[in-house]
Design a protein around this ligand. Structure first.
Ligand SMILES: *[C@@H]1O[C@H](CO)[C@@H](O)[C@H](O)[C@H]1NC(C)=O
Ligand SMILES: *[C@@H]1O[C@H](CO)[C@@H](O)[C@H](O)[C@H]1NC(C)=O
Length: 162
């Protein structure tokens, strides 16, 4: 074989090898990260019809901020009245972060009480996304995007409705 033919053949073999390795890597990445990212995909693209949300919004009462929960459901104006949401008062949203325990940390109730001490007629709403926050940190961090979008929609809805 002439030198250029050898070089061309070498190039072809090398190219094929690189492509083979690349496809193996992609397959491997799919099988590792594909499974790993599946729960996120489910959260980001909820199936049609299954309009469950990641975040829940509980309006707390000054008397018993830990136990007296009333859920405000976006799209359901009745829930505002049922929770005695005061549309002429200030509204505070308390939002937790990543959690190992899956429970509210003690600062949440303390902050709710402190806010009610300052603003007796306020609406102090705790955003509960514990189910999605109790996860591997990377997954929980990814979930914050959806939580943020739901909170934005919640605020828009409150503004339009009250
Ligand atoms: C899902 O959304 C539809 C339309 O927005 C609504 O009519 C239905 O009540 C919702 N389902 C639940 C379980 O909230
Ligand atoms: C709602 O809030 C306003 C202003 O903060 C207050 O004057 C009023 O008493 C509150 N209403 C109720 C039912 O608490």
């Amino acid at each position: 074989m002439k030198a250029w033919q050898t070089r061309f053949l070498y190039f072809l073999v090398l190219n094929a090898a690189v492509q083979y390795v690349t496809s193996l890597e992609e397959e491997l990445a799919d099988s590792i990260f594909g499974n790993f990212l599946d729960p996120i995909k489910d959260v980001l693209d909820p199936k049609d019809g299954a309009n469950q949300t990641v975040a829940k919004f509980s309006l707390r009462k000054p008397s018993d901020p830990d136990n007296d929960l009333c859920y405000i459901v976006p799209g359901k104006p009745d829930s505002l009245a049922a929770c005695t949401f005061n549309s002429t008062s200030k509204t505070f949203l308390v939002i937790h972060g990543w959690t190992l325990s899956g429970m509210f940390e003690s600062w949440v109730a303390k902050l709710v009480s402190a806010l009610y001490e300052r603003e007796q007629t306020a609406n102090v709403i705790v955003v509960d996304w514990l189910n999605s926050a109790q996860n591997h940190y990377v997954v929980a961090a990814q979930n914050t995007k959806v939580v943020g979008q739901e909170i934005a929609r919640f605020i828009d809805w409150i503004e339009e409705t009250t």
